[in-house]
Design a binder for this molecule. Structure first.
Ligand code: UD1
Ligand code: CA
Length: 469
């Protein structure tokens, strides 16, 4: 049968195979949910696929922990197809046939475990497929150590004749260093016509997608290889060793990009910066810092060694001293935080605030210019501007059953070691004496003392000595 190949402007549909458990990971977690560079393996692949021009849709084949994989990828606007039993990569694609067979055009097939793949390389594969009018094109590369990968058999004309899996290869075939990256571009109609011919006739009893190459050849269709010289992009993750290696590559890329954009990173090999993090120019990131999730850091900041900042926002000219921890918190311009400060969920430190060592904020707003310099816990509080919170101050926000709020108005002075029992309101420019336990409202301008009167007994030491003689 003469087949008219897909046109140049034909739509491209992408299928990502992500149903396997990934036995070699030795994990309870499905392989594609493991993370590198702060994103799941599957999300990396989806993100590369979404950048392909003319991509009309992305379908992800899910199986192991399907609900979790779907929850992870749903926000990216992809479709899902279930592969209930994982009978191999060929079978994973076969279960898509009913849904996708009428789509026509090109079908790009990717595996969910190759997170370094760039959209540029994918685009090159599509272009190669179109230019050479092939039935299929796939990405190959040369590896010094090809073990674990399918070996690609290429003829004199450069056409791919077949792919042999490691488990099924002869000793001679095992000596081939050209490997299958697992990234394919098919003429969709041809693929759907012949995919049913894949048989599980191999030692693993699986339907190997790679067998489609020999099948297409048998029907007289040419399969092309796009050989990519830089093999690092094509690394597939099968074990935790691969996971660490790929994570390093992604971290290095991220740090490098930030440095090229004007961020100083001291000892960049020691920092961990997630994909979505932004850092402004002339900020300095000290060694062993971790910037995670959707964190943004402004310009001219210094992020101290060993700090961990997750899903948080830091303004401009902020100094976060060593070993501080932030989670879903915000610090505004010109503030100083740490060392050893902890800003938990809902902490919001206004412009020019000072938060010193061993100070913890949770669900608390600290107004502009306010200071809590040492050893304090401020929870569920609304604190005004220019407030001074003395060392050892505690908001007692929890009565064993419910949380209560503390409000401290502008300009108040809270003496050291105050115990503020919520619910509590402390008025503007008032004073709380050091060591006070404060349970009642303090009006504006007042001094509140909630401590025992000091007793002094002159000569007491001498008297005691004598009474013991
Ligand atoms: C596969 C290729 C191999 C290639 C290598 C590149 C086959 C038979 N072999 O081997 O030629 O060199 O990738 O990395 O395709 N999956 C499913 N359903 C299944 C089985 C797998 O969705 O029933 C998914 C997995 O979740 C994974 C991907 O397919 O994301 C690849 O599966 P994997 O078992 O890692 O294949 P490899 O043995 O690495
Ligand atoms: Ca793999």
């Amino acid at each position: 049968m003469i087949h008219k190949l897909a046109e140049d402007n034909s739509p491209i549909h992408v299928v990502i195979l992500a149903a396997g458990l990934g036995t070699r990971m030795k994990s309870k977690l499905a392989k594609v949910l493991h993370r590198v560079g702060g994103l799941s393996l599957a999300e990396h692949v989806v993100r590369a696929a979404t950048r392909i021009t003319a991509a009309s849709g992305i379908t992800v084949v899910v199986g192991h922990q399907a609900a979790e994989v779907q929850a992870e990828l749903q926000p990216l606007g992809v479709n899902f197809i279930h592969q209930v039993e994982q009978q191999g990569t060929g079978h994973a694609l076969l279960v898509c046939r009913e849904t996708l067979r009428d789509a026509g055009g090109l079908l790009l097939v990717l595996y969910g475990d190759t997170p370094l793949l760039s959209h540029g390389t994918l685009q090159r594969l599509v272009d190669c497929h179109r230019r050479r009018q092939a039935a299929a094109a796939l990405i190959t590369t040369h590896l010094d150590d090809p073990s674990g990968y399918g070996r690609v058999i290429v003829d004199d004309q450069g056409h791919v004749r077949s792919i042999v899996e490691q488990k099924a290869a002869t000793p001679q075939q095992l000596g081939i260093h050209t490997i299958n990256s697992g990234i394919y571009c098919f003429d969709a109609k041809l693929l759907w016509r012949h995919i049913g011919e894949i048989r599980p006739d191999n030692p693993a009893n699986e339907y190997y997608l790679t067998d489609i190459v020999a099948i297409l050849n048998r029907h007289g269709h040419a399969v092309q290889a796009l050989d990519v010289k830089d093999s690092s992009e094509l690394l597939g993750i099968n074990t935790r060793v691969d996971l660490a290696a790929v994570d390093k590559v992604i971290r290095d890329r991220k740090a490098r990009q930030l440095m090229l954009d004007g961020v100083t990173i001291e000892k960049p090999e020691t920092v961990t910066i997630d994909a979505h993090v932004t850092v402004g120019a002339d900020s300095i990131v000290e060694p062993f810092t971790r910037l995670l999730g959707h964190t943004s850091i402004g310009e001219d900041c210094r992020i101290g060694s060993g700090s961990v900042i997750e899903s948080s926002h830091v303004g401009d000219r902020v100094h976060i001293a060593a070993f501080s921890h932030m989670f879903r918190a915000r610090v505004h311009d010109d503030a100083r935080v740490g060392p050893f400060a902890r800003l938990r969920q809902g902490a919001d430190a206004g412009p020019g605030t000072h938060i010193g060592n061993f100070v913890e904020l949770k669900n608390t707003r600290l107004g502009a210019g306010s200071k809590a310099n040492h050893l304090a816990y401020l929870g569920d509080s609304e604190i005004g501007e220019r407030v001074n919170v003395g060392a050892g101050t505690i908001t007692c926000n929890y009565d064993g059953q419910a949380k209560h709020r503390t409000t401290i108005a502008d300009g108040a002075f809270i003496g050291s070691n105050a115990t503020l029992v919520a619910p509590l309101a402390i008025g503007e420019s008032s004073y709380v004496g050091a060591g006070s336990v404060v349970t009642d409202e303090v009006p504006a301008g007042a001094l509140a003392l909630g401590r025992a009167h000091q007793v002094v007994k002159p000569g007491w030491v001498e008297r005691r000595k004598r009474s013991r003689e």
